[in-house]
Design a protein around this ligand. Structure first.
Ligand SMILES: Cc1ncc(COP(=O)(O)O)c(C=O)c1O
Length: 310
């Protein structure tokens, strides 16, 4: 088997463990994957239902078929972060941000090059690095849970091609302040690295606001930012996201993907256009629900610790 085949992901392992536990009739509290249990807003679902009755949506969906979605994505980004992008050359639809990242690493790197990423990171990143033949160099975290760029070994700096960040972060929950992302942008530029910012939790912020590395870097920065409809709109199973950023990177990602897939179903793209117009108040309501749950869990864990015998 190729050395690029990663071990089964933790999510596959957990799924297997869950199946086995269910078969034994064991009671399950399922924390195996971060899939939201809230329901999507109705309007995107209605758009998808309507698309099912429109035969124009049934064929292969090439670039021109994705353009309305890409226009909606760049309009959303401009409204949110103030940077105008060209939908045809600085945006691409994805089958989720996870798919986008794995193909982007293939598009931007040569085998044996290095990927810098915080030592505590979303586990799929390590599998994606292996598929691309990259060596992952974990960056130690500071006490404030942000990576310490001064701790990266010289060899890693020599070999690295990409810096991969993710804020708001899974699993730490850390939201990066603007000053940190500016530091990361300056570091990436000084080292000649691509900066990939995986930003699927842009709406899951309890205090303050999520930043965009792409918007902070500005037009032409060697940055690609990945967004997802899985988390903000509870549409994980529909597999829709988008990449925004540097046109060379987007062109290379598009070329890799064109050898692998034909974009999402046109009806799912129509669903995405409507989802991106969800009023901010609705999204804040979801975040409040999560904040309340986090608070309850925190209190329950504190209580458990208090009751633990010394
Ligand atoms: C940091 C991070 N990136 C990407 C993903 C996957 O997103 P998508 O459903 O868009 O592939 C997840 C899902 O949990 C995640 O936590």
């Amino acid at each position: 088997m190729s050395s690029r085949v990663p071990p089964p992901s933790v999510f596959l392992e957990m799924d297997r463990a869950k199946r086995e536990a269910k078969a034994k009739g064991l009671p399950l509290l399922d924390l195996s994957i971060g899939s939201t249990d809230l329901l999507p807003p109705r309007p995107p679902l209605e758009a998808l239902k309507a698309a099912l009755d429109d035969p124009l949506t049934y064929g292969y969906c090439l670039k021109s078929c994705t353009l309305a979605f890409l226009e909606a994505a760049v309009a959303w980004f401009h409204g949110r972060f103030g940077l105008e992008l060209d939908p045809t050359s600085e945006a691409l639809s994805l089958i989720g941000s996870q798919e986008g990242l794995a193909h982007l690493l293939l598009a931007l790197t040569e085998p044996e090059e290095g990927l810098l990423l915080p030592e505590v990171a979303y586990p799929s990143y390590f599998g994606a690095a292996q598929v691309a033949g990259l060596k992952a160099w974990p960056i130690p975290l500071r006490e404030d849970l942000l990576p310490d760029f001064s701790q990266i070994p010289q060899e890693a700096l020599r070999k690295a091609r990409v810096l991969l960040l993710n804020y708001p972060n899974n699993p730490t929950g850390r939201v990066a302040p603007r000053a940190f992302l500016e530091e990361a942008l300056a570091f990436a530029e000084a080292q000649g690295l691509w900066l990939i910012h995986d930003n699927p939790y842009v709406d899951q912020v309890f205090f303050g606001r999520a930043e965009s590395a792409l918007a902070l870097g500005g037009k032409g920065a060697r940055v690609v930012e990945l967004f997802s409809l899985s988390k903000s709109y509870h549409l994980a199973g529909f597999r829709l996201g988008f990449a925004l950023g540097h046109r060379e990177a987007i062109r290379a990602l598009e070329a890799v993907k064109s050898a692998v897939d034909f974009n999402p179903y046109a009806g799912i793209l129509r669903m995405g256009i409507v989802a991106l117009q969800t009023p901010p108040g609705v999204l804040q309501g979801y975040a409040k629900t999560y904040a309340r749950r986090a608070e309850s869990l925190y209190e329950a864990l504190k209580e458990t610790l208090r009751m633990r015998p010394p």
